[in-house]
Ligand binder design. Structure first.
Ligand code: CU
Length: 394
């Protein structure tokens, strides 16, 4: 019997403790003295869900407690009152006594608290390495996690580019908002980040043409107000280069390759004074020829074409593809002949090491697109220097 009593008492104490501790965690009451003529304390920081109780003790002068921005219905204007407000939203709430506005002012600062709330953080962000040219579409990958105990509801991402590469290093920016000298390059609305879950956002942003060429740190800022706003932004791990408007120049002269077509390639020759780009494209037959075919010189399935086109200052050139046939190795008889309209080609240079080629051979029913990069980077600095010169002159 005695043992049983002790056990019941223990259970009661335990239950009471649980009740008290959980209750205390979300509903503190803070008292503010209303005196002649002051509030004490005049500055008070509380948690969401807490109550503030203003006590104007009997015997004093006439006062009231009035919100500066109508956050609550004012208290009585009286010489004695107890007045309570429950604060369910975070923020800063100013108040005053309208009888003594000069001396009786106060502020209640309400922090996130332990009520149900989303807790968001950007946990991963990448924008690739660049370089990126004006107008180029870049994919930004952002991961947002919600470690709070409520769904977030709507939020949004701001993508920005911070001039850097000198004093600013990637990963060193810690911002509450987009810095003053950064450029907003895109936004994305996020409908919801579920409680305990995460959202992987993939946004394709076109680099604005207005961004001056240079080195930038690309970052993202999450527009969300929670109790932990220090981790709502993240920068890319890389410093990327915006190369600005691109101008075809003789620094492009080089061997270029398509990663999907090994051991084939193109040679570019730019003649800047006459505004001509000439190229040769070394490739193979479109289908594998029969095995018994032979050639005296080289392989029987070798193919090559040339192309040429005039360009205006800019990054794009249209070319006619020429097929040369009928000649004999290192001889003028018979004379080779040229079909100068064998096909067409458009090349868009994104920067000194990337070209998008679109080709069409209407008579053959062959068309397609390929991305070219240089076989070797040696001439990139020459190209960039020439491009910078042309950007300055445009
Ligand atoms: Cu007063």
């Amino acid at each position: 019997m005695r043992f049983r009593l002790r056990r019941d008492v223990a259970r009661l104490v335990c239950t009471a403790f649980l009740f008290l501790s959980s209750h205390a965690a979300w509903a503190a009451i803070h008292e503010v003295t209303v005196g002649d003529n002051f509030f004490s304390p005049s500055e008070l920081t509380i948690e969401v869900g807490d109550t503030v109780r203003w006590i104007n003790a009997t015997g004093g002068a006439i006062h009231n407690v009035t919100s500066s921005d109508d956050a609550w219905v004012p208290s009585a204007t009286a010489s004695s009152f107890t007045f309570e407000v429950v604060f369910n939203d975070p923020g800063s709430f100013g108040y005053l006594c309208t009888i003594h506005p000069g001396s009786m002012q106060g502020t209640i600062t309400v922090e996130g608290g332990n009520m149900s709330a989303a807790e968001l953080a950007v946990t991963a962000f990448s924008a690739g390495n660049g370089p990126f040219s004006a107008g180029q579409e870049v994919t930004f990958n952002t991961t947002i996690q919600n470690t709070g105990d409520a769904d977030s509801g709507a939020t949004s991402l701001d993508f920005f580019a911070q001039p850097g590469g000198g004093s600013v290093q990637a990963g060193e920016i810690s911002l509450q908002s987009i810095p003053g000298d950064a450029v907003l390059i895109g936004t994305k609305n996020i409908a919801n980040v579920p409680q305990g879950g995460s959202v992987n956002d993939q946004s394709t942003i076109a680099i604005p043409a207005s961004i001056p060429p240079g080195n930038y740190v690309i970052g993202v800022t999450l527009n969300f107000s929670d109790t932990n706003s220090g981790n709502n932004e993240l920068t890319d791990a890389d410093i990327v280069q915006f190369v600005g408007e691109f101008f075809i120049n003789s620094g492009l002269n080089d061997a270029w390759v398509n990663a999907d077509a090994a051991f084939q390639g193109l040679f570019f020759t730019v003649f800047p004074d006459i505004g001509l780009l000439f190229l040769s494209w070394f490739t193979f037959d479109s289908v594998l020829p029969a095995g018994e075919d032979t050639a005296t010189f080289g392989a029987h399935d070798h193919r090559w074409v040339t192309a040429s086109g005039l360009f205006s200052p800019g990054n794009t050139v249209d070319l006619n593809i020429e097929l040369t046939t009928g000649g004999i190795f290192n001889a003028s008889d018979p004379l080779a002949t040229q079909d100068t309209n064998y096909g067409t080609m458009t090349i868009v240079f994104n920067h000194c090491n990337e070209a998008i080629v679109t080709y069409d051979f209407p008579g053959l029913g062959i068309s397609g697109q390929m991305t070219l990069t240089r076989a070797a980077p040696d001439n990139i600095p020459v190209c960039e220097a020439l491009n910078a010169e042309m950007q300055g002159g445009s």
